[in-house]
Design a protein around this ligand. Structure first.
Ligand SMILES: *Cc1c(COP(=O)(O)O)cnc(C)c1O
Length: 415
């Protein structure tokens, strides 16, 4: 590389080796990206997207043709009967919360079959006490842990035989847990096993970080409802905020009634000028997800060469955009995350420190020099400050910027 970005010779040699070794993986990522791009382009064409869909509504947001068409378009791409794609969702956590409160009633039981759900759901479910939790409404929670990164099929079937479960939650991405992400094949297999016992239980997928990583989405293999964030994969780095809930029409209807008000549901919700950004974000999403995956593969290979334990390995099949790196000590995880911040386009001069984030139990260090606050489809790296000091890196709007960020982080780590 040229003198704009001075890299020492040894590191340059390492980068060259990495690029050679990961070539085959990058080609595979491009193939999936092309298929997903075709899916998106066709949905734009089938829905006759035009200038008028970039319109904006205020106030109640009645008859927002852009919003309604965006929801049709997302439904087509995700193979959903219906969807809610709204900036009124603050985050993925909020959309998951709306879905859970919409679908569960007092006395119902929710069962997670991927172990403990994402940290920010602790207070939503009532795993950590909160007077507004599902638990406070007498909604029960149970979990079945994964075994060797796969579902405990026997225990799941047994649980369904023994008691009435209203809703099963599957979290595909790892969150802050040390485990692999769940591939679509595994989701398909476990849904078949669930349906052998129970035809009615609602199967809800936390699909955060997994959209467009593969060729299929969970609704295509039998899930009832899926939830994800627009400042992750499907927002393509362009959507300024928001999240989606998609799936069975009756369930999406219930979610709409909970998001706004019973009787108003999906009919209201002003778009305040963001329709074009949401459309553009979805349009870019297949290639932005591909860039993130390439950045992750590059990171996996090069950090393994530097002696760190990484998951997934660069050759592994991926189900999400997350790359984990086990640093083993507090100093290294902090230096790496600070390096990611230094390699970012925004706030490259501020140094992140571990802090007590709302909704999380341990101190978290979070590097995110992003255009959109908290956007983790942009290169970002974070991790709880607890042994074995694992960093969770994801995103990269372009492969080039992703790679440059990672190189900066390695330099900072090795300084
Ligand atoms: C990001 C994420 C969420 C939601 O997080 P927000 O920051 O609230 O959008 C939920 N589950 C998983 C697995 C996630 O990765």
């Amino acid at each position: 590389m040229n003198n704009e970005f001075i890299i020492n010779e040894n590191l340059q040699k390492l980068i060259d080796e990495t690029e050679l070794e990961i070539k085959g993986q990058l080609e595979k990522i491009d193939k999936v990206s092309l298929l997903n791009s075709m899916k998106v382009l066709k949905a734009f064409q089938d829905n006759n997207i035009s200038d008028m869909h970039f319109n904006s509504t205020t106030g109640y947001g009645y008859n927002d043709i852009g919003r309604d068409t965006i929801e049709k378009l997302f439904s087509q791409v995700l193979k959903a009967e219906d969807s809610l794609v709204r900036s009124q969702f603050i985050s993925g956590t909020h959309a998951l919360t709306v879905a859970l409160f919409a679908l569960l009633r007092p006395g119902d039981t929710m069962l997670s079959i991927t172990g403990k759900p994402y940290d920010t759901l602790d207070e939503v479910i009532g795993i950590v006490d909160n007077p507004s939790s599902l638990k406070s409404y007498n909604i029960n929670f149970k979990q079945i842990d994964l075994i060797e990164d796969d579902f405990d099929y026997e225990k799941i079937q047994e649980a369904l035989k023994n008691e009435k479960i209203k809703l099963i939650e599957i979290q595909r991405s790892r969150g802050y847990a040390v485990r692999k992400s769940i591939t679509i094949d595994k989701v398909e297999k476990v849904i078949q096993k669930i349906r052998e016992i129970d035809k009615d239980v609602i199967i809800m997928i936390d699909n955060c970080y997994c959209e467009f990583v593969g060729e299929k989405e969970p609704l295509e293999v039998g899930a009832d409802i899926i939830v994800g964030s627009l400042i992750k994969n499907l927002g393509g780095g362009i959507a300024p905020n928001g999240a989606y809930i998609a799936g069975r029409k009756d369930l999406v209807h219930l979610a709409g009634e909970r998001l706004t008000a019973p009787g108003e549901g999906k009919e209201v919700g002003p778009t305040l000028g963001i329709n074009k950004s949401i459309l553009q974000g979805l349009f870019f999403a297949p290639s932005v997800v591909a860039s993130s995956l390439k950045t992750a593969v590059f990171t996996s290979n090069i950090l393994q060469k530097l002696g760190y334990e990484v998951e997934p390995l660069y050759t592994d099949e991926r189900a999400d955009i997350v790359q984990t790196i086990r640093f083993g000590n507090e100093k290294d995880i902090i230096r790496y995350c600070q390096g990611i911040q230094m390699g970012s386009p925004i706030d490259s001069n501020s140094i992140p420190e571990p802090w007590d984030m709302p909704g999380y139990t341990d101190k978290i260090i979070m590097a995110a020099g992003a255009f959109t606050q908290g956007s983790s489809i942009e290169l970002s790296c974070d991790g709880p400050i607890r042994p074995p000091y694992i960093a969770f890196q994801q995103g990269g709007l372009t492969y080039e910027y992703g790679k440059l960020g990672v190189i900066k982080a390695i330099e900072n780590l090795k300084k």
